[in-house]
Design a protein around this ligand. Structure first.
Ligand SMILES: [Zn+2]
Length: 261
């Protein structure tokens, strides 16, 4: 499709029918420039179930290549440029700091990275991540209050009972960008959406059962800060592997291969 071709639709934040603009998710400044291959869930299920293959053994050459990085026409230009100006710079700095620590760790084996980051701005980071979840899900995930929350840059009226946001360092064979899925677990029903791409992954849990402790580090407290606040912070981020298409599945290849028989 030529870049000049216009595309109209419902903006996923303001909800208005407008001309939509291409948006990188995650932002272009955080390692999302190169071509990616998109694979449908059906294709993966077909190969893993019918051909009895492990997820990373599948030949993904049938997937459609997206040359300019991950993204789509999610938002109108107003919403795209507001959230881009208000939230992306702080988010980008945060992710680059973590990627820098990953580079330092190099080939060393590690389960988590502990790092000190100077002058991070928790609220815009948090709001950028929530923007990405609204991008990849329809209708503000059934919560109209997110529109004002994201379009009022300093707003802090966020439903902390409904959402829990977890972060991890991305590892494993696949990247995932999954809209809301519902899974039955020992703890009850788990409702989650996940964006896990190099170098970081985020998992948003909706109405998480009380006793359930997800993998990753809980960054929901980032939402407690004010927009202008800047802090030196210490954070320990676990590294989690994505080797299947299933959100919240961080089993290693060995664990998956072992469970197959
Ligand atoms: Zn809009």
């Amino acid at each position: 499709m030529s870049r000049k071709q216009k595309k109209y639709g419902i903006c996923r934040i303001c909800g208005e029918y407008k001309e939509l603009t291409f948006e990188h998710v995650p932002p272009e400044t955080v390692f999302n420039k190169g071509a990616v291959r998109n694979v449908s869930l059906d294709a993966v299920i077909n190969d893993t179930v019918k051909k009895n293959k492990l997820p990373w053994e599948i030949n993904y050459k049938n997937g459609k290549i997206q040359q300019r990085g991950r993204g789509d026409f999610y938002l109108c230009s107003d919403c795209n440029s507001c959230t881009g100006q208000w939230y992306v710079p702080a988010y980008s700095r945060f992710v680059h700091a973590i990627q820098g620590a990953m580079q330092q760790a190099g080939e060393q084996e590690y389960e988590s990275l502990g790092l000190k980051i100077k002058k991070i701005r928790p609220l815009p980071i948090f709001k950028q991540i929530m923007t990405m979840f609204c991008d990849i899900n329809n209708g503000l995930m059934g919560d109209d209050s997110l529109k004002e929350y994201l379009l009022e840059k300093t707003s802090r009226s966020f439903n902390r009972d409904r959402y829990h946001l977890y972060a991890h360092i991305h590892a494993g064979a696949l990247e995932r960008m999954n809209g809301i899925m519902v899974q039955a677990a020992n703890y009850g029903i788990i409702t989650l959406s996940e964006i896990s791409t190099y170098p970081m992954g985020f998992t948003l849990y909706i109405d998480k059962p009380q006793g359930y402790k997800p993998d990753g580090v809980d960054i929901t407290p980032f939402s407690d800060w004010n927009y202008e606040d800047e802090e030196d912070t210490q954070i320990i981020i676990p590294k989690l592997e994505c080797n299947t298409m299933l959100s919240g599945d961080y089993r290693t290849k060995i664990e998956i291969a072992g469970s197959k028989d």
